[in-house]
Design a protein around this ligand. Structure first.
Ligand SMILES: [Zn+2]
Length: 143
């Protein structure tokens, strides 16, 4: 079962609910997005990652697309390659924080910094939207 590529509707729903219907990387809520969110294999299938709840997370198409099968990335500060943020074992607020205007996701740790770059978490278009949503009190949701 864990070897299957197929993710049942029930499993999708479980993963989405556990995530509070927000991307577990960039925190974008599904309700503010026009595209349907995806189920990410934290350890990619190509690296033997199983399709089971402990290896899955809810991700927006931007983060999921940028992450692809990456497991490690370079910390822009130290230049060291580190593992990516893992929503199942890591706490978001330990590795990331918002800029004052909520536009940017700032990495607080090597893992946070590397993941923010690798997953392209601060494209200008999205930064602008976050600022507008924040000014309207629509974002971010409680951590
Ligand atoms: Zn995202």
């Amino acid at each position: 079962m864990g070897r299957s590529r197929f993710i049942s509707q029930q499993l999708r729903q479980q993963v989405a609910e556990r995530a509070g219907f927000a991307c577990e990387y960039c925190r974008l809520p599904q309700s503010l997005a026009t595209s349907t969110f995806e189920i990410d294999h934290i350890l990619a299938r190509t690296h033997g990652g199983p399709t089971e709840i402990g290896n899955l997370c809810f991700a927006c198409p931007v983060c999921n697309g940028a992450k692809h099968a990456q497991q490690r990335a370079r910390d822009p500060e130290s230049g060291r390659r580190v593992r990516l943020f893992n929503p199942r074992r890591d706490q978001w607020t330990r590795h990331f924080e918002w800029s004052d205007d909520i536009g940017d996701i700032i990495g607080k740790t090597a893992i946070g910094r590397a993941t923010a770059v690798a997953l392209d978490m601060n494209p200008p278009r999205i930064v602008r939207l976050r600022q507008v949503w924040a000014s309207l009190g629509m974002f971010p949701h409680d951590d």
